[in-house]
Design a protein around this ligand. Structure first.
Ligand code: ATP
Ligand code: MG
Length: 598
């Protein structure tokens, strides 16, 4: 696990400077199913943009036509018509904004729901080594915060982005029609302004990626702290942890401040060029009005100033959106990386479903390592007959759980093969394999819900009666009935509030309901107190009857009755035989047995 990324280690930051267009294009593909809504919004936007362009023209009309005409005939007709025009434009804008926001909200959330689904679905499929290499917090931040920011982008920024570009184009057209010379003057300020803003954004982009990594570190630490909260308090680590948190927070704040500092350059740059543009516009307009050249009237100048106003907001917003785009792009990198992560262990074409399983298991010359070069098992050979019960014992870290991990295909062998009824586990549909092999893990996991829901976990269609019968079969009923709510007692996340023995009994019943052909118990009985132990022995008899079974237990009493005991050590099977045979041999097992008796 040496390569595992932790909270004090940044995830690799992409060296690319540019916003990743490929990711953005892929993001857009999520929008395709919602294209009708998008087209509707685009049409609305176009109407809104055009209607906002009419206002300056109305202003020009008032100054150049309505006022001089009024001085001649004293009639209000034209003035009232223009005022009605203003009101109409205003109302259109309000109505359109309302519908646009509503539609974008709907489309945005639809898209996000699809991405969230894809990433969650992927996370469920990813093999264990993906999780081995990343802290839970760094994974959860992708599903939560990064996606929420994406949602924000869709609902608030994406349409603004398109609308602002549309506005800039339409304003330019209207300005060109009014006066090409004045348009050129405005652009002499807009071009350097845009270049300046974009240069600033470029400097910020890389920082955004670093900031993502820092936020991810902080979340990883928070999640780890929540999960280990009892140990933290018991070991008096709160003060130390506050310091760790403080450092992580500082590190994230430092990158954020660098972003803010560069961002602050934005306003002076925009202000400088904007003021330059306005002054130039007045100066050139004044000269042109003096000479009466190119049809520049007072109305045209007023309309132009209005258009410049319409120009400035989209420009500033665009630069903000582009900054947001850089952030979204950094998030997308992480999100798509997760969605694209190779499942590692996945079904391939031609995989088969297991029918009725007899339970013959073969480990054929298996070599396996979690990390390159560190073999845990080497040339491991084991052949198990249907219905045989196999016990695995040996020193901690010897590889007992690993043997089981290979049989359930939580990991794949590096060399050799693992077969069930003569079929390589890699050729069996995972769903079918895991349906036939029931595992009771070292740490039984209890989900939030009732006891009965937890028992039903492996077979959702099991009735309450079946679940209760399963609990009875393994003698767990008395223990469950002692809970205030009995089978309907609400259990907390991870089974907080239950004793280890109770948790194990519930997961025991869970296996009985699932009724697999091969049963694996990984130290399932180690935390059960001795008075329950006898009960468990009987339960085991019930559970293992007629099934091939693998039992890893530190309590040797649990495995005494097994058909074969394997002593796992030194990357393979060091000793093998029944309890009696191994005792007679006076080897490793004998020593272990004696050390336990003391
Ligand atoms: N996910 C993993 N990544 C890297 N190394 C691992 C991983 N899981 C286990 N190991 C290493 O593989 C070796 C065998 O581990 P395994 O869990 O199989 O031991 P075990 O015999 O079940 O021990 P125990 O009796 O303590 O449960 C150990 O050295 C362990 O550190
Ligand atoms: Mg183990």
């Amino acid at each position: 696990m040496a390569q595992r990324n932790t909270y004090f280690q940044d995830e690799a930051v992409a060296q690319k400077e540019k916003i990743d267009v490929k990711n953005l294009r892929r993001l857009m593909r999520y929008a395709v199913p919602h294209k009708k809504l998008f087209i509707f919004v685009c049409v609305l936007m176009l109407v809104a943009v055009v209607s906002s362009m009419v206002t300056p023209l109305l202003l020009q009309y008032i100054v150049d036509t309505v006022v001089p005409q009024f001085e001649i005939d004293g009639k209000y007709t034209k003035f009232i018509t223009v005022v009605c025009g203003f009101v109409l434009c205003g109302v259109a804008e309000i109505v359109i904004t309302f519908y646009q926001q509503r539609s974008m909200g709907r489309a945005g959330h639809g898209i996000i729901a699809d991405i969230r689904h894809d990433i969650f679905y992927r996370l469920q499929e990813l093999s264990f080594d993906y999780f081995d290499n990343r802290p839970a917090g760094k994974i959860s931040v992708r599903v939560t915060q990064y996606i929420t920011e994406l949602a924000d982008f869709f609902t608030n920024y994406l349409m603004n982005f398109i609308m602002n570009i549309a506005k800039i184009v339409v304003v330019t057209v209207f300005m060109l029609v009014l006066s090409p010379v004045l348009t050129a003057v405005v652009y002499s300020a807009v071009v350097p302004l845009t270049a300046g803003v974009f240069l600033i954004r470029r400097a910020i982009r890389k920082l955004f990626r670093t900031h993502r990594a820092k936020v991810s570190n902080r979340t990883a630490f928070i999640v780890e702290s929540i999960m280990g909260e009892k140990v933290i308090q018991n070991y008096n680590r709160t003060v130390y942890n506050e310091k760790v948190y403080h450092d992580l927070q500082q590190s994230s704040a430092k990158t954020w401040m660098s972003i803010v500092r560069r961002n602050e350059l934005n306003s002076p740059v925009v202000g400088l060029f904007w003021n330059y543009g306005t002054v130039m516009l007045y100066a050139v307009a004044f000269l042109l009005m003096q000479t009466g050249a190119m049809g520049v009237t007072t109305g045209v100048v007023i309309a132009f100033l209005s258009y410049m106003g319409l120009f400035s907001t989209p420009l500033t917003q665009l630069s903000q959106i582009i900054q947001n785009l850089a952030q979204v792009s950094a998030n997308l990198e992480r999100i798509f990386e997760t969605i694209d992560a190779p499942a590692g262990i996945a079904d391939k074409e031609g995989n088969i479903d297991l029918g009725d399983v007899r339970g013959e298991i073969d480990f054929n010359d298996v070599t396996f390592s979690y990390e390159e070069g560190v073999n845990i098992l080497e040339h491991f050979d084991l052949h198990v007959k249907p219905g045989e019960s196999i016990a695995l014992v040996g020193p901690t870290g010897a590889g007992k759980t690993t043997v089981i991990n290979l049989l359930t295909r939580f990991y794949d062998v590096k060399e050799g093969s693992v077969c069930i009824d003569g079929t390589d586990v890699r050729d069996i549909h995972l769903k079918s394999l895991r349906g036939k092999v029931g595992v009771l893990m070292q740490d039984p996991f209890i989900f939030k819900g009732t006891v009965i829901d937890n028992i039903r976990y492996g077979r959702p269609d099991a009735t309450d009666e079946e679940c209760i019968a399963a609990a009875k079969a393994i003698f767990a009923d008395k223990c469950i009935e002692r809970l205030p709510g009995g089978y309907y007692e609400q259990l907390a996340e991870r089974g907080e509030g239950l004793s280890s023995g109770e948790k194990q009994l519930i997961s025991f019943a869970r296996i009985v309901v699932k009724d697999p052909a091969v049963v694996i118990l990984d130290e399932a009985t180690s935390s059960i107190s001795s008075d329950v132990e006898k009960l468990i022995q009987e339960a085991l008899q019930v559970l293992l009857k007629g099934r091939t079974s693998f039992i890893v237990a530190h309590r040797l009493s649990t495995i005494r009755g097994c058909d074969r005991i394997l002593f796992i050590s030194n990357k393979g099977i060091a000793e093998e035989g029944t309890h009696e045979q191994l005792l007679k041999r006076r080897g490793l097992y004998y020593n272990l047995y004696n050390s336990m008796k003391q």
